[in-house]
Design a protein. Structure first.
Length: 260
């Protein structure tokens, strides 16, 4: 049985995850990080409740609502075990906020010792630029150009360094991609995607092992990632790599009362 992870480590991982997703479009509102990037990632266009503050929840929501209305984005709150004040999730639920996207934060202290299966001879792993990574992710997600541009711009202006890589297939196209952010001795895996036509061939596992090895060579001793709880295939992959679930978070979407 895996022993529980120290709360101080989990709190630090939560901080690192917030830093690794910081857009330039961000304001502070009484203990809230209010993010309004036009990109796809919810963590860059939501409210991060990092401190209690002095105002009521309703007062802060009113201010935040005007920000999201100005930028034509829905108001979304990210709720974690570290969100402040205590009872925030229940408060939002009572206000009619819809719960969405249950997500697992998984942590590994090393790369698992399971047998490694090398990539086929006509596949190779190469470094990828921020813009090339954003374009590949956008292609796999079928994201519009505005979201791809926002993703690339966020990666280029983040306060922590990212390192991206791709598995290049026989045709020269990206067959899988991913990256890691490194801060102190923590490395976070992000944007791990595989071309649907290549799934089940071990490319994601090989790429993740490569990224984790590289992060460890750069001084990381712990790796974390965020994965949707409903994505059973990905969670099984990460378990094989030595990850264990540390905690979960979800989002709360403000109800649309415009039609009321």
């Amino acid at each position: 049985m895996t022993p529980p992870l120290a709360s101080s480590l989990l709190s630090r991982i939560e901080d690192a995850g917030i830093n690794a997703s910081a857009p330039t479009q961000q304001r502070g509102v009484d203990g809230r990080l209010v993010r309004f990037s036009p990109g796809k990632a919810k963590r860059a266009r939501c409210i991060q409740a990092v401190a209690g503050g002095r105002m009521s929840v309703e007062e802060k929501l009113e201010i935040c609502q005007s920000i999201y209305r100005e930028h034509r984005l829905p108001l979304v709150v990210r709720v974690t075990p570290f969100s402040k004040p205590e009872g925030l999730d229940e408060h939002l639920a009572a206000l009619g906020f819809e719960r969405q996207d249950e997500t697992c934060v998984m942590v590994a202290s090393r790369v698992a010792d399971a047998p490694r299966h090398p990539l086929a001879a006509d596949y190779r792993i190469e470094p990828l630029s921020h813009r090339a990574l954003a374009d590949a992710v956008g292609q796999f997600r079928d994201s519009p150009l505005t979201q791809r541009k926002a993703h690339a711009e966020r990666l280029e202006t983040l306060p922590v360094p990212f390192h991206a890589a791709a598995v290049i297939g026989p045709s020269g196209a990206v067959a899988a991609c991913g990256q890691y952010a490194i801060e102190d001795r923590l490395a976070g895996l992000y944007d791990v995607f595989t071309d649907p036509a290549e799934r089940g061939s071990g490319l994601a596992e090989g790429l993740c092992r490569h990224l984790m090895d590289e992060a460890r060579a750069r001084g990381a001793s712990t790796t974390y990632l965020q994965v949707e709880h409903a994505n059973d295939v990905a969670r099984r992959l990460y378990t094989r790599l030595g990850f264990v679930e540390a905690y979960r978070y979800h989002y709360r979407l403000m109800p649309d009362r415009s039609a009321a």
